[in-house]
Design a protein around this ligand. Structure first.
Ligand code: PLP
Length: 366
């Protein structure tokens, strides 16, 4: 099967033919073969972050946003108080979810180019002992910024609070080790660094915290405590599972192991990012983030201010050559984004850069 375009986006992203191949059959959702596939998926997800001793893996149908909302709805009760650390659109979205759920929500905010400051989080927790949960975004995909997970986890744990981590665009590549920096919940989805197809999210949740969360969730379908109890009872999903998505994710997880696990995947993404950043800088584009806070997941570039650049034209010209990039998501500056994740390597970025050089020449001449 041919790949129509390379997706240089933060998901859905370019997948391997073997991953798509795994979807070419039907599965009975209550059949033993699919129950085994679900069990393998849940076990592999836990093992990636060393959570086997403490956590359970709870997958949920839907995109990444569904698992984030389900996790907040399941773990944060009406008497709790949620502090959301915000330096981009995904932090904002978690705060909005808390409000929709009628939960007590506080936010601490930073500019989009600034990482969360753990010391300021510590002061906020000391000042307001009524806070019970802290929610953060590991890699803020809005910009590609990496927040200091280990330092924030240590502070939150030191205050005895629960930490909920949106690790959507980092899980499977950037280091996350639940033995070293415990978090109550880590949330991610099938279609980012795991290089599966879109259709499911999952949360790795501290077993005791989840067991204690019975009847907290105001939604039936988003209740991860019930979802988990379903898996524990008979290995089956409560409601129709995205069977092909599960099959593709298991194929992708087996491949991740064969590739050398998250450290090898991170190296490939770092090479992708380095190739892209050097090439684009050479062509006159400027990165939005300082190198110290840049994750090798997605790169945000300033749109050139000169009159020749129009993102829509640039996008369409690149799409015509088989590369799909992403518009910017910054609240203040004009920008665009190019993802470094997916089943792509530096050779793909060399081809992209040659196309960008051509297109810039054409746009400037026009
Ligand atoms: C992709 C992403 C999500 C979920 O987005 P969906 O479009 O629902 O898959 C949430 N948080 C972060 C940080 C993300 O990168």
């Amino acid at each position: 099967m041919t790949q129509p375009a390379i997706l240089l986006t933060p998901g859905p992203l370019t997948t391997r033919p073997e991953t798509r191949q795994a979807m070419l059959r039907d599965w009975g959702s209550r059949d033993e073969a699919f129950i085994a596939l679900t069990a393998e998926m849940r076990q592999r997800l836990l093992a990636l972050v060393h959570g086997e001793g403490s956590h359970v893996a709870v997958p949920l149908q839907g995109s990444g946003t569904f698992i984030v909302e389900a996790t907040i709805a399941t773990l944060v009760g009406p008497a709790d108080r949620l502090l959301v650390l915000v330096n981009g659109a995904y932090g904002e979205r978690m705060a909005a979810m808390g409000h929709r759920l009628n939960r007590q929500v506080e936010t601490l905010s930073w500019n989009e180019d600034q990482p969360v400051d753990p010391a300021r989080v510590g002061r906020a927790l000391a000042d307001d002992p009524s806070i019970t949960h802290v929610a953060m975004v590991h890699c803020e995909t809005t910009t590609g910024l990496l927040n200091p997970l280990a330092e924030i986890a240590a502070i939150v744990l030191g205050h005895g609070k629960a930490l909920l981590v949106d690790a959507m665009s980092s899980f499977g590549a950037l280091p996350i080790d639940l033995r070293r920096h415990p978090a109550t919940a880590i949330m991610a989805s099938s279609n980012k660094c795991l290089e599966g197809v879109p259709g499911l999210g999952f949360a790795l949740i501290d077993r005791r915290a989840l067991a204690a969360a019975r009847n907290v969730c105001p939604s039936l379908s988003l209740d991860l405590c019930d979802q988990w109890r379903g898996f524990e009872a008979n290995g089956q999903w409560r409601f129709t599972p995205p069977v092909q998505v599960v099959a593709a994710l298991v194929a992708a997880l087996r491949h991740l192991e064969a590739e050398g696990g998250p450290p090898a995947r991170l190296r490939r993404y770092q090479e992708n990012f380095a190739t892209l950043a050097a090439g684009m800088t050479g062509l006159g584009f400027r990165l939005f983030l300082a190198p110290a806070v840049q994750a090798p997941i997605i790169a945000t570039f300033h749109s050139p201010a000169e009159g020749w650049f129009r993102f829509e034209d640039f996008y369409r010209a690149l799409a015509g050559r088989g590369f799909l990039i992403y518009p910017g998501k910054l609240s203040r500056a004009d920008s665009f984004r190019i993802g470094c994740i997916g089943a792509i390597d530096p050779a793909d970025f060399q081809r992209l850069l040659a196309a960008v050089a051509d297109i810039v020449g054409e746009m400037k001449a026009a």
